[in-house]
Ligand binder design. Structure first.
Ligand code: MGD
Ligand code: MGD
Ligand code: MO
Length: 724
């Protein structure tokens, strides 16, 4: 496949037309995209009351292929009734993620019962009474409640409330496979787990670090901002073992000059080994110290732990830093010089940082580096985890975590006059382990594909199949509906955000809360998430207890509660009438005052992890292609990496030669967890030798269940594999 030399550009625009046609006409697509609803894809935040394709600075049009894909998927026709009697479970298992997604929209509840070969449609009433019955029989701590970040604040809040009052804290969200290390790392460094800045700050930065992410595919709207930084004479340092086309050059479709000639994005591109970031970041800090470029006054006045940390840097031998990062002292010096000269610096990062057994330490190392030069706690500089799902941050804010923040816990008990469970509660992987041990009677998933997103797919399949009942609220089919089926598996079809009869809210990665108006339903059959949850809660807890669950079907009622319970969210109470979207109080740090006990930020000292692999053992990263959203695959090809298919392993030509392989040869890729046969070797110069790339979710059979002990995030990047 021919590889474009830049990201975005005409292919992205052409794609708009293609998707428009698929969705039943460009005008129809345009209207859908311009409706007053928060964008459905990433958490950069777009849409809401300003209408679609407008960013947080009011800039229009911000188009991205992802939102087109997601919209076109929601605009698909319905799955016909005879689909369920035509395709057996075995046939569904044989479908690729892309085939499952394009079966159409789920419109009727369906049930699979152990021993059967097919799902069958059932009535809503039958489905909900089966679930209610199972919940009444179960021990609450033998249930779990998993949330994807696609649902609204209202649905998230309501379901976690129901789960807790039902009696369990086994409440968690996809963050545990995603940015949890950012939340834990940031909280330990600066006292709060989200971005310290707003979009406008990035627009004024003169240096942006982009670490371990591929925003050109996964957060395309950020590319406009990076383009602006470069145009103003600022710099962009990319740290990534892979050279990603769109991070080298990007053609921003909404900017004529950029569209025509392309914009250089990275001013500096450094390629550490997978897992080498902690060593490299520590190296940059060491060099800043050597250059005398640290902000001593800031460290003195606003930080704890800096003396011990600096002492650690000075003791650290350069040879260790070079060997464990794969980056030379000279390259580290170049980056340190760039950093030392910059005045306003933003540090951004994604899964290349969090998907490691030392994910939290990676995040702390980024915070250390920023604090060292006083780049946190003022305007135009700060820390920016680039979040995944469009509302994953909101879901976390409104209480979808096993342990609630003390303030939320107290306010919840007070507001509803209830006693909440005080047990520890399980994170996502702990729930999978419990299921594998046969200790889960019911798993309830609000969106997502819990099976497909798991490491060690064989284990995930076994674990989920041991449950008595699994319930999925989804819009389309995915691999989790074919694999890991419980004694009873029920899929409930729900409305997408822009089809809901009532307004809902979402929170962006910049801590900005948006109002989505909802809209006309595209199909008869699916129900709003809040309506399903309140109905079920009423069936299970209706007769007893202080909450009128039926009335909680109103998103306005839910927002009243969120306003009282969630810190910084007071303004949400009247958002439906004021239409005023807002910045959450207390999250943006334009002053060096940190919500830690001492009011100061903290620097953390680390020992550098050994670089894994070497010899026959290659470090594997499992990543997204251009044409997918998580486990949902829209296209089999990966445009910017020039791959026409997904069953490939990208290997540096030096490794191809060294290991006696050949381009396009069929091989078996093995790890200690599993193996994949018939994979095509693709010689790929843009990956650092010693490291290889494969596509998630297929490659999850190879990924072990090793987690970062602090955040419990699996190491989806950095599995060791051999190629035979
Ligand atoms: N189109 C699209 N957009 C999405 C998503 C999607 O699937 N598709 N998913 C959404 C979600 S939930 C998330 S979390 C984000 C994910 O956004 P990303 O984090 O950009 O997604 P990944 O594909 O996991 O990409 C990881 C990047 O990290 C690099 N990398 C791998 N290992 C390392 C390492 O050890 N060090 C460094 N420095 N880099 C490394 C890879 O080369 C790759 O460029 O995107 C969100 N947006
Ligand atoms: N190997 C490997 N594994 C990974 C990763 C990796 O990089 N490598 N990344 C991890 C990360 S960062 C994440 S976030 C996870 C996420 O992985 P997933 O759980 O797959 O992510 P989602 O996009 O939430 O799930 C897709 C499903 O959401 C449903 N859906 C879409 N819109 C809606 C809606 O409005 N409401 C409801 N109820 N359902 C809807 C659709 O039915 C669709 O099938 O995967 C993780 N797993
Ligand atoms: Mo994610």
């Amino acid at each position: 496949m021919r590889r474009p030399k830049s990201g975005g550009g005409w292919p992205a625009i052409w794609y708009t037309f293609k998707k428009g046609r698929e969705a039943g006409g460009l005008w129809k697509m345009w209207k859908a995209l311009r409706s007053k609803n928060a964008c459905k894809t990433c958490a950069l935040g777009m849409g809401g009351q300003q209408g679609g394709m407008v960013n947080e600075l009011g800039h229009f049009p911000e188009v991205c292929k992802k939102s087109l894909q997601a919209m076109a998927a929601d605009m698909q026709g319905a799955i016909a009734d005879d689909f369920w009697s035509t395709y057996s479970i075995a046939q569904l298992k044989a479908f690729t993620p892309r085939q499952l997604e394009s079966c159409g929209r789920l419109v009727k509840p369906v049930l699979y019962e152990r021993g059967q070969n097919y799902y069958r449609t059932i009535e809503w009433n039958d489905a909900l009474s089966r679930i209610a019955q199972q919940l009444k029989q179960a021990t609450p701590d033998e249930t779990f409640w998993y949330f994807s970040g696609r649902s609204s604040n209202e649905a998230g809040f309501l379901l976690q409330l129901f789960a807790r009052i039902y009696g369990t804290n086994n409440v968690n969200n996809c963050s545990y496979y995603c940015h949890q290390a950012s939340g834990v790392g940031l909280s330990s460094s600066v006292g709060s787990g989200t971005a310290t800045i707003v979009l406008d700050d990035v627009e004024h930065a003169d240096l942006v670090f982009v670490i371990g992410g591929n925003p050109s595919s996964n957060h395309p709207r950020l590319m406009t901002t990076l383009k602006n930084v470069r145009r103003r004479g600022g710099k962009v340092v990319v740290i990534n073992p892979c050279i990603e086309t769109g991070l080298v050059n990007f053609k921003v479709p909404s900017d004529p000059a950029s569209l025509l000639f392309g914009t250089e994005i990275a001013s500096h591109y450094v390629q550490p080994h997978i897992g080498g970031d902690l060593a490299m970041l520590t190296g940059i800090a060491k060099r800043i110290d050597e250059l005398g470029a640290a902000d001593d006054a800031f460290l003195q006045d606003h930080c704890d732990g800096h003396e011990e940390w600096i002492a650690g840097l000075r003791e650290m031998p350069w040879s260790d830093i070079e060997q464990r990062s794969g980056v030379t002292q000279a390259e580290i010096d170049t980056i340190a010089q760039v950093y030392a000269k910059a005045k306003n610096v933003v540090f951004s990062w994604t899964m290349g940082i969090t998907h490691h057994a030392h994910g939290v330490e990676n995040v702390q190392a980024i915070a250390n580096l920023a604090l060292m030069r006083g780049m946190v706690g003022r305007k135009n500089a700060g820390l920016m985890p680039i979040r995944g799902h469009s509302n994953v941050q909101g879901i976390g804010s409104v209480g979808v975590t096993p342990k609630l923040k003390d303030a939320i816990f107290e306010q919840l008990e007070k507001h509803f006059s209830v006693d909440l469970p005080t047990t520890k509660g399980m994170d996502t992987l702990a729930c999978m382990d419990a299921a594998h041990a046969g200790k889960v009677q019911l798993g309830f998933c609000l969106g997502g594909n819990l099976y497909g997103s798991n490491p060690d797919l064989k284990y995930a399949d076994e674990a989920l199949s041991k449950s008595k009942m699994l319930v999925y609220l989804n819009t389309t089919l995915n691999t989790g509906h074919a694999w890991g089926l419980a004694d009873q598996t029920i899929i409930l079809p729900v409305l997408a955000r822009d089809e809901e009869p009532q307004p809902t809210t979402q929170e962006s990665m910049f801590n900005f809360v948006r109002l989505s108006e909802g809209g006309k339903r595209r199909h008869e059959g699916p129900r709003a998430e809040v309506s399903v949850i309140s109905d079920l809660a009423n069936r299970v807890l209706g007769e007893s207890g202080p909450i009128d669950w039926a009335s909680m079907e109103s998103t306005g009622r839910i927002r009243e509660a969120i306003a009282k319970v969630v810190p910084g969210y007071a303004e949400i109470e009247n958002i439906e009438t004021t239409k005023r979207e807002f910045q959450i109080e207390g999250r943006t740090y334009h002053q060096p005052k940190f919500p830690t006990q001492s009011g100061k930020a903290k620097l953390h000292r680390h020992s550098l992890p050994e670089l894994k692999g070497g010899g026959d053992q290659l470090r594997l990263m499992t990543v997204r292609s251009e044409g997918q959203f998580n486990t949902v695959v829209y296209e089999e090809h990966d445009l910017y990496r020039g791959q026409d298919r997904r069953d490939v392993v990208l290997v540096h030509p030096d490794d191809v030669k060294r290991l006696g392989l050949a381009h396009n040869q069929r091989v078996t890729v093995k790890s200690t967890t599993g193996e994949m046969k018939n994979i095509l070797v693709r010689s790929y110069t843009d990956i650092r030798a010693g490291n290889v790339l494969m596509y998630y979710p297929e490659a999850n059979v190879l990924v072990s269940r090793d987690v970062d002990p602090q955040s419990r995030t699996p190491a989806f990047k950095g599995e060791l594999v051999t190629i035979e």
